[in-house]
Ligand binder design. Structure first.
Ligand code: PRT
Ligand code: ZN
Length: 295
C-alpha cells in the first residue's frame, strides 16, 4: 500500500455518507466526482485517498490496515469492539453528527413496560453484543435474535416480543406501534484509527487533517455578531455577549455617541441574547456564519 497517502474509509451511501463527505470537504479535501460504482477516490489537492464502503466493514478495514482511519457510527464501532476486543483500533475524535440512540422498544399496547419485564422474553436486534452487555449489567435473562434489517417489524410478525434498535426521531417506532422502554446507548459519528504505526508522511497528513477538523467543528459553534449601540450602553451590551473575548468597538462616523461592536460569539441560545441586546438599545444587529477559524 502507498506509504505516503493517508487512506480513509467512509460510508459509501447511507446516513453517514453525507456528513462524512461534508466534513472532509470543509477540511479542504477536493474530490473528483463520483458515480454509484465508485469505491475509491483520490483527493486532488492532498495526499489522501477515500475508500467508499459499507459502514459495517469500516472497523475491520481499519483494524487490518486496509484503511488508516475511518469515519463510523459509535454503535457500529462498539458492537465490533465487543466482538473483537483485542483488535488494534482506537477512537480518535467524536464528530458531532449522525446522533442516534439504541433503545429497547416494545408494543405500546402490550404488558412489557420496563426492562425488568423482558425477563425470559425475546428481542430482535442488529446489535446483539451491546444488548447482551446491557442485559448482563441489569441481570436480565432474555433471548436475543439477530436480524440484519427491518428489526421494527419483528414484534408485529410475532417473531420477537420487543426490539433493540436505532432511534432518531422516533417516527419509525411510532409507525410500528412501538414505544421506547429504555435508552441504552448514545451514538454519534467517530473517527477511528489503526493502532499500527503510521509512516511519517501519513502521520503528518493525519495531524494536519485533525487540526483542520477541529477548526471546522469550532467554527460551527460560533457566529460573527455585529451591532450598533450607544457608547453609554457599551458595558451592558458586552456583558451580554456569550463567550465573546475582547469585542472590537469602532466609532460610527456622523452618528453621535453611537459605536459599532463586533464580536465572535457562541451560537447556542443566540436568539435569547439577540432579544436582550435589542432591549438594551442595540440596533442594526447582524449575525453571520464563520467559515474557518484558526486560533
Ligand atoms: O449500507 P450500509 O451498511 O453502509 O448502511 P446501513 O443501512 O447499515 O446504515 P445507515 O446508513 O442506515 O446508518 C448508518 C449510521 O447512521 C448508523 O450506524 C448510525 O450510527 C447512524 N444513524 C443515525 C442512523 C440513524 N440515525 C437512523 N435513524 N442509522 C439508522 N437509522 C434508522 C434506524 O435503523 C430506524 O430504521 O432509521 C430508523 C429510525 O429513525 P427514526 O428517525 O424514525 O427514529
Ligand atoms: Zn450497515
Amino acid at each position: 500500500m502507498d506509504t505516503q497517502r493517508l487512506r480513509i474509509a467512509i460510508q459509501k451511501s447511507g446516513r453517514m455518507a453525507e456528513g462524512s463527505n461534508e466534513l472532509l470537504q470543509a477540511a479542504g479535501l477536493r474530490l473528483p466526482s463520483r458515480s454509484k460504482t465508485t469505491l475509491f477516490q483520490r483527493a486532488r489537492n492532498l495526499p489522501i485517498d477515500l475508500l467508499l464502503v459499507r459502514d459495517d466493514d469500516i472497523p475491520h478495514f481499519v483494524a487490518t490496515g486496509v484503511a488508516d482511519i475511518g469515519i463510523v457510527g459509535e454503535n457500529v464501532y462498539a458492537e465490533w469492539q465487543l466482538d473483537a476486543p483485542e483488535a488494534p483500533v482506537s477512537l480518535v475524535r467524536r464528530l458531532g453528527f449522525s446522533f442516534c440512540r439504541l433503545c429497547l422498544a416494545t408494543p405500546k399496547d402490550g404488558p412489557l413496560r420496563s426492562p425488568k419485564d423482558l425477563e425470559g422474553k425475546s428481542l430482535a436486534t442488529s446489535y446483539p453484543l451491546i444488548l447482551q452487555r446491557y442485559f448482563d449489567e441489569q441481570g436480565i435473562n432474555a433471548s436475543i435474535m439477530q436480524m440484519s434489517g427491518s428489526v421494527e417489524v419483528a414484534p408485529k410478525l410475532g417473531i420477537a416480543d420487543g426490539i433493540f434498535d436505532i432511534v432518531s426521531s422516533g417516527a419509525t417506532l411510532e409507525a410500528n406501534g412501538l414505544g421506547t422502554i429504555a435508552d441504552v446507548f448514545h451514538s454519534e459519528a467517530l473517527i477511528i484509527q489503526t493502532e499500527k504505526a503510521l509512516s511519517e508522511d501519513k502521520a503528518s497528513i493525519l495531524a494536519r487533517l485533525l487540526t483542520r477538523i477541529e477548526c471546522v467543528q469550532a467554527s460551527r459553534q460560533i457566529k460573527y455578531l455585529m451591532l450598533n449601540a450607544p457608547q453609554s450602553k457599551l458595558a451592558a451590551i458586552t456583558n451580554l455577549l456569550p463567550g465573546a473575548d475582547a469585542p472590537t468597538v469602532l466609532p460610527l462616523q456622523g452618528k453621535g455617541d453611537m459605536v459599532a461592536i463586533h464580536a465572535v460569539v457562541q451560537d447556542a441560545d443566540l436568539w435569547e441574547t439577540l432579544e436582550k441586546l435589542k432591549a438594551e438599545g442595540a440596533s442594526s444587529i447582524l449575525v453571520t456564519p464563520i467559515e474557518k477559524m484558526m486560533a
